[in-house]
Design a protein around this ligand. Structure first.
Ligand code: SF4
Length: 331
């Protein structure tokens, strides 16, 4: 399959946390240094720590310039995508370009943190305003089970890398811990996470749980009580916020107009390709209504579908003539 793509920009997306955010995805589907069991983009087909110019840097810069011309009121540019953004060997150059040409635009990086273990790369990433690094294992066994990393990566090195990054960057840091039922949801895991959080000292910790089906169907959402206990323990060192499936389920939409219903779908598929089941899970919409609505929206040219690893995936807009799959990071 040809994994090349001709665009690295997606959005802009209205985001509760970031305002209006423009996504930049520099990595081909599905290249990553990890193969997380919860990844919403599907299984990693190229598991690697090799940094390369996966997308032409000059083209990425041109596309960012064009997008910012079209959408001058962007609050954040967010590096995320179908794989690990820091695998792009010139991400530092792109960050410097945005910094020097658009000082009013903030930069956000979603990362699985592996590159933070290299001080030279960490220095290139330091100018971002917000970093959301993942740290999913409280020990090596959990790390291997949840993140299934490329050889050579260890949770100890990664935690140390995040802590060192904290010392060289003034970025806000929201440390994201993905909690999987039966793997890292015990009070013992919480105690180990607490020690890591004490070392890293992030601005806050986000406890994430499954939002949409991940790569492995068996991944479960811990009970609300387990999450409460974890939040209580980790909360001794930092503010803890519950995000993802368990939290999202609290707010099922009620009495939405057709326009609002459609807009929620468009906002969601603008940020990442989703199946009908993904949308049902993340938006709380009932599948029979949703499927009929997706058909209507596709006919109206608001969204389009294409086959993917878990069935039909919906994306925003009209289908380009020569399009290729593009996803977004599960974090
Ligand atoms: S969740 Fe992020 S780090 Fe994990 S496999 Fe998916 S893209 Fe890679």
């Amino acid at each position: 399959m040809n994994l090349a793509k001709d665009r690295c920009i997606f959005g802009p997306i209205p985001s509760r946390r970031l305002g209006i955010s423009l996504g930049v995805d520099l990595i081909p589907f599905k290249t990553c240094s990890m193969d997380c069991i919860y990844c919403e983009c599907g299984k990693t087909t190229s598991l690697t720590t090799e940094r390369k110019e996966y997308f032409p840097t000059d083209l990425a810069i041109r596309q960012i310039d064009e997008a910012l011309k079209q959408h001058p009121r962007i609050d954040y540019i967010t590096f995320s995508g179908t794989g690990e953004p820091t695998l792009h060997s010139h991400i530092g150059e792109i960050i410097r370009h945005i910094e020097s040409h658009y000082p009013e635009v903030k930069l956000c990086l979603l990362t699985n943190s592996f590159c933070l273990t290299d001080p030279a790369i960490a220095k290139e990433l330091a100018p971002v305003e917000l970093i959301i690094p993942s740290l999913d294992g409280s020990n090596e066994e959990e790390f291997q089970k949840i993140n299934r990393p490329a050889p050579g990566l260890s949770i100890e090195k990664i935690a140390r890398g995040i802590a060192d990054f904290r010392k060289i960057s003034s970025a806000q840091m929201w440390l994201e811990l993905f909690i999987a039922e039966g793997i890292n949801d015990s009070p013992e895991s919480a105690g180990r996470f607490l020690r890591m959080v004490e070392m890293i000292r992030p601005d806050k910790v986000q406890l994430n749980t499954l939002d949409r089906p991940g790569t492995e169907r068996s991944v479960g959402i811990p009970s609300a009580e387990k999450l409460r206990v974890m939040a209580e323990i980790i909360g001794r060192a930092a503010e803890v916020e519950l995000i993802g499936g368990r939290a999202a389920r609290k707010s099922e939409p009620e009495h939405l107009s057709t326009g609002e219903y459609n807009q929620r779908i468009i906002d969601t598929v603008a940020s990442r390709p989703c199946t009908a089941q993904d949308l049902a899970l993340s938006l709380g919409f009932r599948e029979p209504n949703l499927e009929a609505c997706l058909r209507r929206m596709e006919k109206a040219g608001l969204i389009f579908s294409e086959p993917g690893p878990r069935g039909l995936y919906y994306r925003a807009g009209k289908k380009p003539f020569s399009d290729v799959p593009r996803g977004s990071d599960g974090k």
